[in-house]
Design a protein around this ligand. Structure first.
Ligand SMILES: O=C(O)C1=C[C@@H](OP(=O)(O)O)[C@@H](O)[C@H](O)C1
Ligand SMILES: C=C(OP(=O)(O)O)C(=O)O
Length: 479
């Protein structure tokens, strides 16, 4: 036997090796604005099985960092998402004076500057791909006497910022385009003001980011700032502001709109926060398990705040076998383990009243619809056009490329499903700097005859580091 000869590799070790390579390619720390794409092809040789836990909730993680950075004393955060979007928020809060450290125990320790204590950042605040970081931080800066320039990647630089510029200007902030900028999109320079003017602001668009920007600006504004929200959006800001000790009230008017009032010049008390798993990330293995025949998967410790979890209700309406086991409350948020088994799904008309409670989950719902029996009609989704990509157009184009029958509407999609038969697959999908597009088509690859290739899995690191590895643990193959 030659010195360097090796026993023949088993199929299992080959798959494990390929997964390890794909994982290294997809998940190694990626500088923001990275230019080298990380392609990967996805398929599933058999059922998905096992139990996994997805990383921490992105929305809660952003808010935990921001509010801890405004409390006086040490806050501790467990389970924080270490995706690039949240790290952009951490870097910005550090640049404005907070001390934020990740311990060897993975607990984050944050020493805040106090409401009103944000310091002038020296350089531009680099927001990468993150709309939430940008809009919420613009709110915080607006009521401090500091000036900050916000920059972002090619995707974020196309997204509309007038929706926050308008209310923050009413509060006294001054927002200007930077030289070469167009206005209304990044890069932008925001000059905050203290004291800012409290406002009553009715949201013209159902957006938790706009609501949160105004409430966060209100934190350091004398008097009461009010946001009127005709359509309920995720309420993590309200829950957490109260948890940190801010005076915040929520009432309903005669038309059912939520009126959220915050008393400014608040003093925030440091907290211990445990961040639950992100339901928007859990959505991918949940749909994968529903679609791949023979699958049975548990996703442990998923946040199920009712303003976030509508996807699971819609999948159940379609016939999905989804159970919430061991329901409990963690850090003021409902949490459970999701147990999901392969199911024959039926097309439906998706409810318009819950669009905001599953706004990020439509791309993966479209994949589920493409495999369902009959027609799915999803409307009321105009907001999807201004996310990291135009998610209506990009999903329609990609689904067609892998053989699905799709009609694009101004505000949604009509999809005629295969009734459980695999899609042809075999195409390469451009992720367009959109993590949810990349992950949705990765899942589509698991139910296609020929593997589906994603041209760049790099953006997945913004919200779901470890995606390829975890899907691999369940039995997916990425090469
Ligand atoms: O407030 C938040 O954490 C978020 C709100 C939503 O955006 P909009 O407020 O623009 O709908 C969502 O799409 C985003 O992923 C996170
Ligand atoms: C829209 C999203 O995020 P953001 O607006 O923070 O970029 C998302 O995560 O799908």
């Amino acid at each position: 036997m030659k010195m360097n000869s090796r026993p023949p590799a088993s199929a299992e070790s080959l798959i494990a090796g390929r997964l390890a390579i794909a994982e290294r390619r997809c998940q190694k720390p990626r500088p923001m604005h990275a230019s080298s794409p990380r392609p990967a092809s996805f398929s599933a040789p058999g059922p998905l099985r096992g139990s996994i836990a997805v990383p921490g909730d992105k929305s809660i993680s952003h808010r935990a960092l921001m509010l801890s950075a405004l409390a006086i004393g040490e806050s501790r955060v467990e389970g924080l998402l270490t995706g690039e979007d949240v790290l952009a928020t951490a870097a910005a809060m550090r640049a404005m004076g907070a001390s934020i450290e990740r311990g060897d125990d993975d607990v984050w320790r944050i020493h805040g500057v106090g409401v009103g204590g944000l310091l002038q950042p020296e350089g531009a605040l680099e927001m990468g791909n993150s709309g939430t970081s940008t809009r919420l931080l613009m709110g915080l800066v607006a009521s401090h006497a500091i000036t900050a320039t916000f920059t972002g990647d090619a995707s974020l630089s196309k997204r509309p910022m007038n929706r926050v510029i308008e209310p923050l200007s009413l509060m006294g902030a001054d927002v200007t385009a930077t030289p070469g900028g167009k206005g209304g999109t990044l890069p932008l320079m925001l000059r905050g003001i203290s004291p800012a003017v409290p406002i009553d602001y009715r949201l013209p668009v159902a957006s938790a980011q706009v609501k949160s920007a105004v409430l966060l600006a209100g934190l350091n504004t004398p008097g009461i700032t009010r946001v009127i929200e005709p359509v309920a959006t995720r309420d993590h800001s309200e829950r957490m502001l109260r948890g940190f000790g801010a005076e915040l009230e929520v009432e309903q008017d005669a038309d059912g709109a939520r009126i959220i009032s915050i008393r400014g010049e608040a003093e925030l008390q440091p907290q211990h926060i445990v961040v639950p798993g992100d339901p928007s990330s859990a959505a991918f293995p949940v749909v994968a398990a529903l679609l791949v025949p023979g699958s049975a998967v548990t996703i442990a410790n998923v946040g199920l705040n009712p303003t976030r979890a509508a996807l699971f209700d819609v999948l159940r309406m379609m016939g999905g076998d989804i159970e919430f086991a061991n329901p409990r409350e963690v850090g003021g948020e409902p949490v459970a383990d999701i147990v999901v088994r392969h199911s024959t799904l039926k097309g439906i008309e998706t409810p318009v009243e819950t669009v905001a409670s599953m706004v990020d989950e439509y791309p993966i719902l479209f994949v589920a619809a493409a495999l369902a029996e009959g027609r799915t009609v999803a409307r009321g989704l105009e907001e999807l056009r201004v996310k990291e990509s135009d998610r209506i157009a990009v999903m329609a184009e990609g689904l067609r490329a892998i053989g699905a029958r799709v009609e694009e509407l101004e505000d949604g999609l009509i999809i005629d499903g295969t009734g459980g038969d695999p899609l042809p697959g075999g195409a390469t999908i451009a992720a367009r700097l959109d993590h949810r597009i990349a992950m949705s088509f990765a899942v589509a690859g698991l139910v296609s005859k020929a593997a589906v290739t994603i041209d760049d899995m790099g953006p997945v690191a913004t919200s779901f580091p470890g995606f390829t590895r975890l899907m691999g643990e369940l039995g997916a193959v990425a090469a």
